[in-house]
Design a protein around this ligand. Structure first.
Ligand code: KMH
Ligand code: ZN
Length: 306
């Protein structure tokens, strides 16, 4: 039986509170979501934090710690903390969560891109908070900075804390960046890649492009574990393709607010339940957090600092 890792990205920094009443904002909501994802069969919860009053994504270390500590009391789900943070968060703030919590797994964005969400702003008429419209519109001119220097400096910290990087690959050239980082000795194989498809500014989400990404990475890197996440409505179909290709899958409200056409997901756990139902039809079972730790070669929950 082939076991795969199902990750849920709980809240992210892309969607804003006006887009869905179900987007988790407060520490309590994020804690409940992580536990619900575990109960639905998810092995990993990808975590961003937000200001509990305004919903603005931030990098508040106390909130990260509160959530991680509380989730750990209830279950052994792997927490994959973001080092992407809010769009526009200074680079040093983004990586602080790795130094302080020493998580088993954290994202590491493998290249820079014009991370664009401005085209989404005009789909909404009413905003709950002042910041939302401008936050989205400003991305017309926003470069999400992940230079070679950032890559090197972040990896020095990851190596110290024995945190496994989940390399976020938004476009094919970023595979090259990662191959360079391995060659230069910044990080060691086997690496774990998250192909992020469908962000404006990155690679479009299509079956052909996923094949292209995986094949390019095989040539440049050799062996690796990979997962796929998709912004928007092809989330479930491309995640299914990833499973068929031997990969893992990430769902969650960070990437897609819907469960089906026109139906908002009430939680990331609902999306986890759906993708696991599809997986089982294909003879694929979800890996438990302990099995996921083995697959990814993680240091173990006893070595985190929370
Ligand atoms: N917040 C976005 C800029 C990550 O978590 O590292 C990208 C992101 C990736 O969410
Ligand atoms: Zn994220």
């Amino acid at each position: 039986m082939s076991k795969r890792i199902f990750t849920a990205a709980l809240t992210g920094a892309i969607h804003t509170p006006s887009m869905s009443p179900y987007l988790p904002i407060t520490p309590k909501q994020l804690i409940d979501e992580a536990i619900a994802v575990y109960e639905a069969g998810g092995a990993v919860a990808h975590l961003h934090v937000r200001d509990p009053e305004t919903g603005l994504p931030n990098a508040d270390q106390d909130i990260f710690r509160e959530i991680a500590t509380e989730v750990r009391k209830h279950c052994d789900i792997i927490l994959c903390t973001t080092t992407g943070g809010r769009l526009g968060e200074p680079v040093e703030n983004r990586v602080r969560v790795v130094s302080s919590l020493k998580p088993e797994l954290a994202t590491l964005n493998a290249g820079s891109l014009n991370f664009a969400l401005f085209h989404v702003a005009n789909k909404f008429k009413e905003w709950k908070h002042d910041w939302e419209k401008e936050y989205l519109e400003n991305t017309e001119d926003f470069i999400f900075p992940n230079t070679f220097k950032t890559l090197r400096q972040f990896l020095e910290i990851f190596n110290k804390t024995e945190t496994k990087p989940e390399f976020e690959i938004y476009d094919v050239g970023m595979i090259n960046n990662l191959a360079f980082a391995i060659e230069a000795g910044y990080t060691k194989k086997p690496v774990y890649l998250q192909f992020v498809m469908g962000i404006l500014g990155g690679i479009p989400a299509s079956p052909e492009n996923l094949v292209f990404l995986v094949e390019t990475a095989r040539k440049a890197i050799g062996d690796f574990e990979f997962s796929v996440c998709v912004a928007g409505k092809t989330q479930f179909s491309i995640c299914t393709q990833s499973l068929i290709m031997g990969g893992h899958a990430r769902v969650g409200l960070e990437d897609n607010l819907y469960l089906d056409k026109g139906i908002l997901a009430k939680s990331s756990a609902e999306q986890v339940t759906k993708i696991i139902r599809i997986a089982r039809e294909l003879g694929i079972e979800p890996a438990s957090p302990q099995e996921a730790r083995k697959i990814l070669g993680l240091k173990g929950i006893d070595k985190v600092n929370f």
